[in-house]
Design a protein around this ligand. Structure first.
Ligand SMILES: Cc1ncc(COP(=O)(O)O)c(C=O)c1O
Length: 394
């Protein structure tokens, strides 16, 4: 069977191989005194809070399960709009908010609405692998530009200006980023957006980790800068609803009918039960719980990053959000005589029973030197992981 060029352009997700090997080993060591500690997981270790669970059950009992508008329930769009006002002090009209099946569908809709065949989108290297595949699925091409620790692993306006060609359609950034947990400085984003606008391009900012920001200098939405910026967000991370598949997209008013038309055809609507449940995210008790968890993520970061650095896993830039540590392990590889972070991930898995993610999928520039640790795991697990890594390194 002939496979489409589009499908062939989607690279395998190599980290799944490591995750699979870790799960197999985990079963073997589950009943020993050293069960596997999973620091490779890219989702919160918390679940949806009680009010959200109750709202979902109630919606099912009430039979509130029919399709909704393709853009999502108006009540939910209004709650999200009110959240932008209360949390960020930014007015975002509910009419500009399109509720989607996770940030993944939001990214897909944005790419399908704005990218033509052969268009190029600039992104930092390293970045979240699926983002470049959303671009290629829309017959565009992701162009990865090396992003340095000095630039918080984000693009600079000078880089964007220098890389822009006739084929360039825009930029796609994630702030805070996966895998680095670092955000773009607001002034730099403003400058990038101005370069993009001079070329008549588009600025897309994936803000899925914005709710989990730990530093007021970076915790503002890109929507505060300009309503022409397209922001992608989700209930997956700050709201702890990964498997519920709910997110949203904020677009300029003129783009709403375009996105709506594509959403109607591709998805009909996002999950109705998840939408009813998500309404309860904005109750005071739920927000208080999310904030408590955000503080927990910060406390984990404050313990874990210095502990990693002390072992020689060097985190060049303190993450200001999300729950990741992007650590340069080249010194440790040389010390242990190991080729790169891919082999080191297996070594750590087998010797320390700690699952981590090698950098390979996130780009190509220096990613073989890096491991991504996730701190979406209990403080006890983080202490255990550090103790085992210390033992392993001797
Ligand atoms: C940067 C980034 N964007 C988008 C996504 C997709 O998230 P969702 O569960 O909302 O589809 C993820 C998931 O890990 C992510 O890390």
């Amino acid at each position: 069977m002939r496979i489409s060029r589009r499908a062939q352009a989607i690279e395998p997700f190599y980290v799944m191989e490591v995750a699979k090997a870790a799960s197999e080993l985990a079963q073997k060591v589950a009943h020993t005194d050293r069960p596997m500690v999973f620091l490779n997981i890219g989702e919160p270790d918390f679940t949806a809070p009680p009010l959200v669970q109750q709202a979902a059950t109630q919606a099912i009992r009430d039979g509130a399960t029919q399709y909704t508008q393709a853009t999502g329930m108006l009540a939910l769009r209004e709650r999200i709009s009110a959240w932008y006002a209360s949390r960020f002090g930014v007015q975002v009209a509910a009419s500009r908010i399109v509720v989607t099946a996770g940030a993944s569908a939001a990214l897909q809709l944005a790419c399908l609405a704005l990218i033509d065949a052969g268009n190029e989108i600039l992104m930092p290297d390293p970045s979240y692998p699926c983002n470049r595949h959303f671009v290629s699925a829309a017959d565009g091409k992701a162009v990865l530009l090396p992003a340095s620790a000095a630039d918080r692993f984000q693009l600079s306006a000078a880089q964007v200006a220098a890389a822009w060609t006739d084929k360039t359609r825009g930029v796609l950034l994630a702030s805070p980023s996966n895998p680095t947990g670092t955000s773009i400085a607001p002034d730099e984003l403003r400058s990038i957006h101005s370069v993009v606008q001079q070329h008549g391009g588009i600025t897309l900012v994936d803000e899925i980790y914005l709710g989990l920001s730990h530093d007021a200098r970076f915790g503002q939405t890109a929507l505060a800068l300009d309503d022409q910026i397209i922001s992608i967000n989700s209930f997956s991370k700050y709201f702890h609803m990964t498997g519920w598949r709910l997110g949203w997209l904020v677009v300029p008013e003129a783009l709403v009918p375009v996105v709506e038309r594509i959403a109607q055809n591709l998805f009909i609507c996002p999950s109705t039960v998840a939408q009813h449940a998500a309404l309860a995210c904005f109750e005071d008790a739920s927000i208080a719980e999310f904030e408590r968890r955000r503080a927990e993520f910060k406390a984990r970061r404050d313990y874990f990053i210095p502990a990693l650095n002390a072992l020689g896993f060097l985190v060049p830039e303190m993450p200001d959000g999300a729950f990741y540590a992007w650590a340069d392990c080249s010194q440790i590889c040389s010390k242990l005589g190991i080729k790169d972070s891919w082999d080191l991930a297996y070594e750590i898995m087998h010797r320390a029973h700690v699952a981590v993610t090698p950098g390979r999928d996130f780009g190509s520039t220096d990613t073989h030197k890096y491991l991504r640790f996730s701190t979406a795991s209990s403080m006890d697990n983080l202490h255990t992981a550090i103790a085992r890594l210390r033992d392993m390194l001797g």
